[in-house]
Design a protein around this ligand. Sequence first.
Ligand code: NAG
Ligand code: NAG
Ligand code: NAG
Length: 380
Amino acid sequence: MICSLSFPAADMASKAPTAPPLKTFIFYILISFLTSFSVFAMLRYAANAKVDKICRKVEMPTMYYTGESDSKKTTRGTTSTTEGDLVILVWTWPYGQKFPLDQCASLYGISGCNFTVDRSWYSRADAVILHHRDVCHSKTQLPQEPRPYNQRWVWFNLESPRHSPNLHFMDNLINLTLNYRRDADIFSPYGFVKRANSPQDFRIPNKTKLVAWAVSNWDPSLVRVAYYNQLKKHLNIDMYGGRNRPLSPGNTISTISQYKFYLAFENSLNQDYISEKLWHNSLLSGTLPVVLGPPREDYELFLPSDAFIHVNDFPSAKELAAYLHFLDANDEHYRRYFEWRKRLQPIAYTYWTKHYCNACQALRQQPNYKTIPSLAKWYK
Ligand SMILES: *[C@@H]1O[C@H](CO)[C@@H](O)[C@H](O)[C@H]1NC(C)=O
Ligand SMILES: *[C@@H]1O[C@H](CO)[C@@H](O)[C@H](O)[C@H]1NC(C)=O
Ligand SMILES: *[C@@H]1O[C@H](CO)[C@@H](O)[C@H](O)[C@H]1NC(C)=O
């Protein structure tokens, strides 16, 4: 299914010149100039990045803690502001998986879009949603007819950059990105935590087992496999998925909920890439997630700091294992990791609907002109 990845030819071989003294001197001057220039550029970049980070931190909690209930409040029952529904062409079913296209209003209070998969509507569509992994095999999988005036193309992708090949196919074609990253045009994460209106009566499921890990893609080159190999020396880990014990969508939650810990190890370490392994597999099953992915600070923008254990909190897998054994023996300490669930409720978006509804809402709210010259520059 995954499209072929192409790697740039690595030709870094340099030939040592035998230069006379004057040339060496000029070369030296040039190098010093370049070095001081790049140091200056780096400092400037660092300063900008810091400002950027601070700004994002301010806006994140609003995005996060409002969630569904508030968007319902603002949109439900109100009549649409622009005349008529937007026609949104779903170019392919994502991974071929069909789902109802008319549930945005009933589930999320988002109205004003008429979704269709019928490509004969292309010339009348206000927007086209292109799911990356269904169109990245060949450029011919993209719409071939000229784009109607004002039609916007939305690039939809929930995979990590490592699993998103051929981004250059999209150069100078895309108007909006629909992605789990906070800085996407249409921010659509795998899940979020919602503030509860009253104290929640959350009960930790009864535990009879220690650590579970479900892994379907066993790629030894991944960081998570190297970490697992260290961790298993000090801890018994029950493996599910792939060639291990079977795990089906129907029994995932009930199986994992018997465990005290779940290894929510991502396949790549990228900004905001926090997948269903955390939102669905760990949190919905009432199990304490041990995460490997982006840094702790990134997770803390999405959920409370005491809702998970991060592998980076420990100098090595050995120390992490010792801590998990400690929590296993000290129920009082283990339970503290669930305190937040009195105040907040995790929501996992395991179905496609919400992401498409987010697109509808954004397309109605962002009528501005925008074009993205290179996705590859951003998505890494
Ligand atoms: C919505 O799109 C369908 C085609 O998928 C069309 O038959 C219908 O008339 C459209 N409805 C509105 C209100 O635009
Ligand atoms: C856990 O087990 C006890 C008895 O062993 C039972 O009373 C309780 O309802 C169980 N709790 C859950 C959440 O299943
Ligand atoms: C969308 O992007 C295309 C390709 O860059 C551009 O030609 C078009 O004007 C953009 N449309 C809108 C509405 O932003």
